[in-house]
Design a protein around this ligand. Sequence first.
Ligand code: SF4
Length: 378
Amino acid sequence: MDTLEKIEILGRSAQYDLCSEACGSEATRQRDDLGRWIYPAVLPDGKRVTLLKVLLTNACERDCAYCANRRGRDFRRVSFTPEELARTFEEMWRRGQVEGLFLSSGVCGRSGQTMDRMIATVEIIRQRIAFPGYVHLKILPGATPAHIERAMQLADRVSVNLEAPNPARLARIAPSKDFTAALLEPMRWVQRLRQESEGRLAPAGQTTQFVVGAAGESDREILTTADLLYRQVGLTRAYFSAFQPVPDTPLAGHPPTPLWREHRLYQSDWLLRKYGFTFEELVFDEDGNLPRQADPKMMWATAHPERFPIEVNRASREELLRIPGIGPRAAARIVRLRKRGKFRELSDLRRVGAIPQRAAPFVLLDGRRPPYQLPLWE
Ligand code: SF4
């Protein structure tokens, strides 16, 4: 099989791994002009790049119930050698087709051996090819501290996919993975190494991913774990991947998770990471799930009428971020621009990138409520 065919198969196999800052919104895959899968991604610094997102192999000895690559499933298994994949990446990079690499893998011949081959690939890319750009390297369950340190010396970002929010949930969908020893512990090592190196190793941090809806877990369970990881292992960000059944797996008949659920998780995650909300402030229904009918910030605002209306011309940045329809960028612009003149009309909010119709019921503009807000307060 030639390398083009391999990149086609292993690029398609990598579709379940998420790695862009823009995930959950506009990140989609596309084919390059040779028909190979590339992946437009937003880097942590906001720069947009195209990544070659690929697996080293889609052969796997594990039996995760949701996974297309699980052992025993009948489909074509393909592997790259480190040399082969590094050369293919070099070709695409020199032609200007990709600007970075996301490398993951099935677990073949035990995690350690696969990690050795993944690391060998990136060593060639960094040392022989002298590629200076963005590399995101997956750390496989069971990787040793030595693997993790080497991966962090080579990659900008590393990730360990938890897939489920706690040991009991993981046991239902990935019985051969040990939540604490094989997943959480490596995340702690990553944090320790980042702290000891003062952020020089894996400077873009570590991420994780949850398969949403496969293990019967609630949104509260997922966000509890994400929140703990942000605070306790310095997680840079979490990705949420709505479960979609794969034929010929134990979960083939399990209903797919609606995309709106994934979207609500991303919105709540933003509140935790960018808006100064605490986990305790998130609003869940009686089953511990995020309500579908309104976004999490609107749910919080309508549950807290005592906090509103907020005078846009006097509020702190933190208070502005509590107003539905006002995000971090709009809040920063309001704080800057109101020194030059007061915000008096809803159109002033539109000018700074806020969504006036969402904000209107919750604000005062120079002491006055916008005219159409009253019916919404009844
Ligand atoms: S370890 Fe599990 S999730 Fe990863 S490739 Fe193998 S079967 Fe799939």
